[in-house]
Design a protein around this ligand. Structure first.
Ligand SMILES: *[C@@H]1O[C@H](CO)[C@@H](O)[C@H](O)[C@H]1NC(C)=O
Length: 226
């Protein structure tokens, strides 16, 4: 092989390995603004690790999801989230879950999305109407009626919802592909933003008259996960 050929081969391999290893990590939080002064910087993408010699079985144990959430709210549903912030043993594992309780006849986990995770929903009891909608331009609805033992998958970042269409309470477990999937309830973000979005934005975007927009902005928007 000529030296020139060797150099070309080497350059190609160097390029290939830089494509294979150079990538941006997925953020584990909504944002992480850079700081030039390390003394004022407190957040990293993830958490600091506990000394492994101090780790115990309890770090990998969590208890309490047998307790129903309090559904006395306007949605008549409640999400009990078990993310890394309440279960630090999940740090770096890329998984978390939540329990969702729905009152009979319409208890609703309203349209929302998880910016950092796909989700599998397992229905433990009751009957849920569940679905997700794809991105622009098609906005295809994929929806099913689910009963105990059924699973439904929600792809990362897509708008989705579940409603109890049965006459008995419903319970589901949602499993996520992130230790911190994030939860963005769309109506709350749109009409309950703090401070309020300029009503003209919402009047045009939602084909609503200004009075209705201003009324919606004064309402309380229940966070089903609180
Ligand atoms: C459930 O929430 C409602 C409304 O916030 C509250 O009044 C009630 O005391 C709560 N019930 C329990 C059992 O915590």
């Amino acid at each position: 092989m000529k030296v020139a050929n060797l150099l070309v081969a080497f350059a190609l391999m160097a390029l290939a390995s830089s494509f294979a290893t150079a990538y941006d990590p997925s953020p584990l939080q909504d944002f992480c603004v850079g700081m030039n002064d390390p003394n004022s910087a407190v957040f990293v993408n993830g958490k600091f690790c506990k000394n492994p010699s101090l780790v115990t079985p309890d770090d990998f144990f969590y208890s309490g999801l047998n307790v129903p959430g309090n559904t006395s709210n306007q949605l008549r549903a409640h999400i009990t989230v078990v993310y890394e912030d309440v279960w630090p043993g999940l740090n770096t594992l890329g998984v978390s879950l939540s329990r969702i309780d729905y009152e009979p006849n319409g208890g609703l986990n309203p349209p929302h999305y998880h910016p950092r995770a796909s989700e599998i929903l397992l229905v433990l009891k009751g009957t849920l109407y569940a679905g997700f909608v794809t991105s622009n331009p098609d906005h295809r609805l994929f929806a099913k009626t689910l009963k105990a033992g059924d699973l439904f998958a929600f792809p990362v970042g897509l708008l989705h919802f579940q409603m109890n269409v049965g006459k008995t309470p419903a319970v589901a477990i949602a499993a996520f592909s992130s230790q911190n999937p994030g939860l963005n309830t769309v109506a709350n973000a749109v009409f309950g933003a703090v401070p309020s979005i300029n009503p003209e934005v919402l009047t045009t975007a939602f084909h609503l008259d200004r009075k209705l927009v201003e009324d919606l902005q004064t309402q309380t928007w229940t966070d089903p996960s609180v």
